[in-house]
Design a protein around this ligand. Structure first.
Ligand code: HPA
Length: 242
């Protein structure tokens, strides 16, 4: 059976429903992943689980070792990856609490090591990234959501920003003009690295707040946490169905 991995984002540091079998420390040529990888069973299905920000949520988005994380999951046999991500909503359908499965990405990050193809190359490689997410896994997530009775937006463009600060109103306006529906800090280079290793990778975005300037007032961590709680509960139901 294809080994499924779940990368947990903010609000999903340790799924309560995961029956843990082992914790694997993987050392990669690119350094250490965010923590040991949990091998377990989620509703009868074998899964690998890795919290992107570490088990105590101590790694900010720009300090995550994306290469080590993706390499380690691949090393342990992962072939499909569901990347859970907290995001801000930019366009009307992406209101707080909504789940979405994006189908495009724009990368606004900088200074992150974004490829495995750096040293000892016998030839330069350019991977195809026209469709950055694995369509088969996207469809399975959407079908699982339908079975679970959870509303999930099909598609949308995820804009990956550097963080850890949130964006300015003008930045969000520019992102909207560019075609972004969602904004998050971790989608890249994760998706591209997964593609470099031929992993089938899809993202399940949980909208935590209206992006900067899309609602009155400041964005607070309290608001983000409250919305994520509801969103993550829905996500749990989708994973059960999946
Ligand atoms: N911007 C970027 N990343 C985020 C946001 C946001 O508004 N909310 C949750 N993650």
């Amino acid at each position: 059976m294809t080994q499924l991995a779940v990368i947990g984002g903010t609000g999903l540091a340790s799924p309560e429903l995961l029956q843990v079998h082992a914790q694997e420390n993987v050392h990669t040529p690119f350094g250490e992943p965010s923590g040991p990888i949990t091998r377990g069973t989620l509703f009868g299905q074998e899964v690998l689980f890795l919290p992107r920000h570490g088990y105590g949520h101590h790694l900010p988005p720009h300090r995550v070792n994306y290469r080590a994380n993706i390499w380690a999951l691949h090393e342990l046999g992962a072939r499909e990856v569901i990347a859970v991500a907290a995001v801000g909503g930019i366009t009307a359908a992406m209101e707080p609490g909504v789940l979405a499965v994006p189908d495009q990405i724009i990368d606004y990050t900088w200074g992150r090591t974004s490829t495995f193809f750096v040293d000892d190359l016998d030839h330069v490689t350019h991977i195809d990234f026209t469709e950055p997410y694995c369509e088969a896994l996207r469809q399975r997530l959407l079908q699982a959501a339908a079975r679970a009775g959870v509303e999930m937006v099909d598609g949308g463009t995820y804009g990956a920003t550097q963080g850890p600060r949130l964006e300015s109103r003008a930045e969000i306006q520019r992102m909207q003009r560019d075609g972004c529906d969602l904004v998050g800090m971790t989608g890249m280079p994760e998706a591209a690295l997964a593609r470099e290793l031929s992993l089938c990778y899809a993202s399940c975005a949980v909208v935590a707040n209206w992006a900067a300037g899309k609602a009155e007032g400041e964005i607070t961590m309290a608001e983000i946490e409250t919305n994520l709680k509801g969103g993550m509960a829905d996500l749990g139901r989708v994973l059960v169905a999946l």
